[in-house]
Design a protein around this ligand. Structure first.
Ligand code: SAM
Length: 271
């Protein structure tokens, strides 16, 4: 069956190349993906069985991290690589703690941007920026960011499941330093990142090869490299750990949601 965009995707997008946002949407049971993305997700699952489940583990980490920040009084979130809206979007999770929480969603995927704009059209405390993490100045200077985020107060910068789309050649640490430079002490940085703790070395290699056929090929980093991405931000307990081990829900059973990556939440201290 041919895919029908039914007005939920821009008409000029390339339907022959899978995108990370739409593959992830499919893995999470969403409807904003095309045949090329679904076939791709199935190839990933066949290469590294259990991969789809790890998308859920990442999403659960995002929820726990946002709850953690909101519970500590953070009421503004800059969510880079926010993806296609799905269950447990950042503004929903944050507002369960603080109804006045503000969120700026940033993504470069046309479907993610269009869908985010659609669900947030009447939401004055949220906004959407179509931008690339590799251009932090554009993200910070964007009128939507300027309107919604007050950098004189603590902010949470979320870079969840996106940095593995940024190769070393694009200097991810420098990008994060620029992005967080205006944030005051008490601000938080939230990172999750694909790593080698799931699947064999051959499977991980095959997965990276596969990703070369998407619009954003992936890179893998080891835990020490992921820890270094936090820069001057100091990780809160339990540190930078496998995604499902970061402050797990008390009622989750061990091994229920294994994850293919590491994650942490870190705080900017007084300099
Ligand atoms: C796997 S999804 C993660 C979505 C969400 N952060 C989460 O964890 O549930 C990664 C998202 O990052 C976006 N992305 C990839 N490279 C990007 C870049 N250079 N700038 C902005 N967004 C990017 C993709 O389009 C995709 O929507």
């Amino acid at each position: 069956m041919a895919d029908d965009q039914r007005g939920w995707a821009p008409s000029d997008i390339d339907l022959n190349t899978a995108t990370l946002a739409r593959i992830y949407d499919y893995m999470l049971g969403g409807a904003h993906n095309f045949a090329v993305d679904r076939e791709f997700a199935e190839r990933i699952e066949a290469t590294v069985p259990g991969s789809a489940r790890t998308a859920w583990a990442n999403r659960a980490f995002l929820r726990r991290a946002v709850q953690f920040c909101a519970a500590r009084g953070i009421d503004q979130f800059l969510d880079i690589g926010s993806g296609i809206p799905t269950e447990g979007n950042v503004h929903q999770v944050a507002r369960a703690v603080n109804p006045h929480a503000r969120v700026v969603y940033v993504d470069l995927d046309p479907v993610a941007v269009m869908q985010s704009r659609a669900i947030l059209a009447d939401d004055e405390l949220s906004g959407v920026v179509n931008a690339d993490l590799r251009d932090p100045e554009a993200i910070l200077a964007d009128p939507t960011t300027q309107r919604l985020i007050d950098f004189d107060r603590p902010v949470a910068v979320l870079v969840v499941a996106i940095l593995h789309a940024i190769p070393d050649a694009d200097r991810p640490s420098e990008l994060l330093a620029m992005l967080t430079a205006p944030s005051v002490p008490g601000s938080h940085l939230v990172i999750s990142h694909f790593s080698t703790n799931y699947g064999t070395a051959d499977e991980v290699k095959a997965l990276l090869e596969l990703s070369r056929d998407t619009t954003t090929p992936m890179v893998v980093r080891d835990p020490a490299e992921i820890r270094a991405l936090f820069g001057e931000f100091v990780p809160v307990e339990p540190g930078v750990v496998p995604i499902h081990e970061w402050q797990p829900d008390p009622d989750s059973s061990p091994g229920e949601a294994r994850s293919s990556g590491y994650a942490g939440v870190a705080r900017k201290g007084d300099s």
